[in-house]
Design a protein around this ligand. Structure first.
Ligand code: BGC
Length: 410
């Protein structure tokens, strides 16, 4: 009898989920080793419900290929089950067009406002008081990643800040190690300069004056002159190695061909896959060891409206899973990002993740460019920086052009 009950219960469960099982095509740009390991956690969690995760990865770091492809599909009436965007202003127009499923009721039922930390992550998802996305992580641009052995080989200490790193460069070169690996795509160079070097060298207040208040005088002033001088120095330090994708630059650091990379903490996922140990094999310095802060970037998922009720039910289930405690921990430990909830067990966090958690707890946070600037302005900055990076444009000239973009920015 006991056995029969169990069989009946199992049958009921199977047929219940079979009746509503749906396939969800999920578009994202997570194709590096660390990224793929992290996104597999989401897929596993969805598949365990009886629904099917249909992977729609579009390669290209920073979403450079995925974002335009997704926008054109959505505007062309060809919605996917779910799609990644960065936190911030990328979806402003799409939300206004009414293209996304409203998640407000789900979020209220599950009390997202009570546990999402910082709650500003939900504000980026909110339009006219309604919620349209689920934030899945906090990623910060504000890091430099250093290979400890590379500095040992050069006979120098592992630097604790940007100036010490610049000072170590001749010894690194002497030892046959490229000082800095920077991928050849605009978003990587622009991030390193206008997010990371700017915050480290001009300071978080000046960064906010430029990016949030759009103060072109600060962008044209002395604090930013020092930023672009450091950018010209970085351009020189990066001349010894040519790579394209961000994760290949990270691989060059992991393998010791290069000593350092300025990159967001998604790089940490690559170190994890390579089984490198934070604090032993590599060192991470938030704010380049000068101004330690976290910029609030990261990823959120949106669920395009769909006329099929089964698909909609599966979309809500995926949203709920992505923000659930267990999935938040499993996903973020692999991704190198911080969870969006403050009530999860992070005892497995490594040295670098703990540094990030400490900054978050101390409220040392900044908005991040995708939140502060429109996509149009970000595009103009990227175009300028890639030109600077691939020429001998002077620090003074790039600064003047940059200040012009900020003067027109929205
Ligand atoms: C995303 C990260 C991703 C990185 C590189 C960023 O825009 O927030 O999740 O790993 O791009 O692709």
């Amino acid at each position: 009898m006991k056995h029969l009950t169990k069989v009946l219960a199992t049958t009921a469960l199977v047929s219940a989920s079979a009746a509503t099982a749906a396939e969800l095509e999920v578009v994202h740009w997570w194709t590096s080793g660390g990224e793929a390991a992290a996104v597999a956690e989401f897929a596993k969690a969805l598949d365990a419900t009886g629904h099917t995760w249909v992977d729609g990865a579009i390669a290209g770091g920073g979403g450079t290929n995925a974002i335009p492809a997704v926008v054109s599909r959505l505007l062309g009436g060809d919605p996917m089950g779910a799609t990644q965007f960065n936190h911030g202003r990328q979806t402003e127009d799409l939300i206004q067009e009414g293209l996304f499923l409203d998640l407000t009721d789900l979020a209220e039922q599950e009390g997202w406002r009570d546990f999402v930390f910082p709650s500003s992550l939900l504000d980026s998802c909110t339009y006219d008081g309604r919620l349209y996305c689920v934030p899945v992580n906090i990623h910060s641009w504000q890091w430099i990643w250093l290979n400890n052995d590379a500095f040992a080989k050069a006979g120098t200490d592992v630097p604790s800040n940007w100036d010490e790193f610049v000072a170590a460069a001749p010894a690194l070169r002497e030892a046959g190690v490229a000082p800095l690996a920077v991928g050849s795509q605009a978003w990587q160079q622009a991030g390193a300069i206008t997010e990371v070097l700017a915050v480290a060298i001009a300071g978080p207040e000046a960064w906010e004056q430029v990016n949030v208040a759009k103060d072109a005088d600060v962008a044209a002033g002395p604090a930013y002159a020092a930023v672009f001088e450091a950018a010209a120095a970085a351009r020189d330090l990066a001349a010894d190695i040519t790579v394209t994708d961000w994760n290949l630059a990270t691989a060059a650091v992991i393998e010791g061909q290069a000593a350092a990379q300025i990159m967001g903490d998604w790089a940490q996922g690559e170190f994890a896959v390579a089984e490198a140990v934070a604090g032993e094999d590599y060192t991470c310095l938030p704010g380049l060891g000068v101004n330690p802060v976290l910029s609030l970037g990261g990823d959120a998922f949106y669920f395009p409206k769909n006329s099929d009720a089964d698909v909609e039910a599966a979309q809500l289930e995926l949203a709920s899973l992505m923000i659930s405690k267990e999935v938040q921990v499993d996903f973020n430990l692999k991704k190198g990002s911080l969870p969006v909830r403050g009530d999860v067990d992070l005892s497995a966090a490594n040295d670098c993740m703990n540094k990030g958690l400490g900054l978050l707890a101390d409220g040392k946070i900044l908005a991040g460019a995708n939140i502060a600037l429109s996509q149009d302005t970000i595009g103009q900055v990227n175009d300028l920086i890639v030109q600077f990076w691939n020429s001998d444009m002077s620090a003074a000239e790039v600064q003047e052009k940059y200040a012009g973009i900020i003067a027109r920015a929205d």
